[in-house]
Design a protein around this ligand. Structure first.
Ligand code: HEM
Length: 159
């Protein structure tokens, strides 16, 4: 991601910040509209709390854009927890689409092609780290011999 793209992400996130809760509401509505099957994942979730957590996580990423490598262990942990919530690889596509759509609603004319490309790239990075961590920590199926499968040392120890 270029410095210009990081600046576009920071600036656009600042514009969304004052309406973050409303944006997060739009986001979950859109997610459930795009894929009704994601709704049961949040069956026991306090959605007001969840909106805060999502905004907080995205704010952490936006503020950490210059040192994303320092956030990798945290993002990887988040990805591993998501696998336990029942989140699959395909869900990340839908969530990405819902997120970009929400930003577009929030930013209006500020949603330029450049801003779109910057956010798409940032989300792809995030989703990639989360999915990779989730798949690396997945138990190998019982019927296949994964003899060469060794757990890596926790990324948290590498900081
Ligand atoms: C960049 C992508 C994502 C971010 C930043 C994100 C952020 C978060 C955060 C911060 C939490 C709070 C729980 C925790 O920290 O362990 C959470 C929970 C959750 N997320 Fe995500 N998430 C992402 C992608 C997804 C996707 C693709 C799905 C699938 C639909 C999903 C579904 C859930 C569910 C079901 C929970 C648990 C809610 C509960 O506690 O009941 N998330 N997410």
């Amino acid at each position: 991601m270029s410095p210009e793209q990081k600046a576009l992400i920071r600036e656009s996130w600042l514009k969304v910040a004052p309406m973050a809760d409303a944006a997060a509401r739009l986001f979950y509505d859109r997610l459930f509209e795009l894929d009704e099957a994601t709704r049961p994942l949040f069956k026991t979730t306090d959605l007001a709390e969840q909106r805060r957590k999502l905004i907080q996580a995205l704010t952490m990423v936006v503020q950490g854009l210059d040192h994303l490598e320092a956030l990798v262990p945290t993002i990887a942990d988040l990805g591993r927890r998501h696998a336990q919530f029942g989140v699959t690889n395909a869900h990340y596509e839908t969530v990405g689409a819902a997120l970009l759509w929400t930003l577009e609603q929030g930013l209006g004319s500020g949603w330029t092609p450049e801003v779109k490309v910057a956010w798409s790239g940032a989300y792809a990075l995030l989703a990639d780290v989360m999915r990779t961590a989730a798949s690396e920590s997945a138990s190998p199926p019982a019927h296949s011999a994964h003899r060469e499968h060794h757990r890596r040392p926790s990324a948290g120890g590498l900081t």
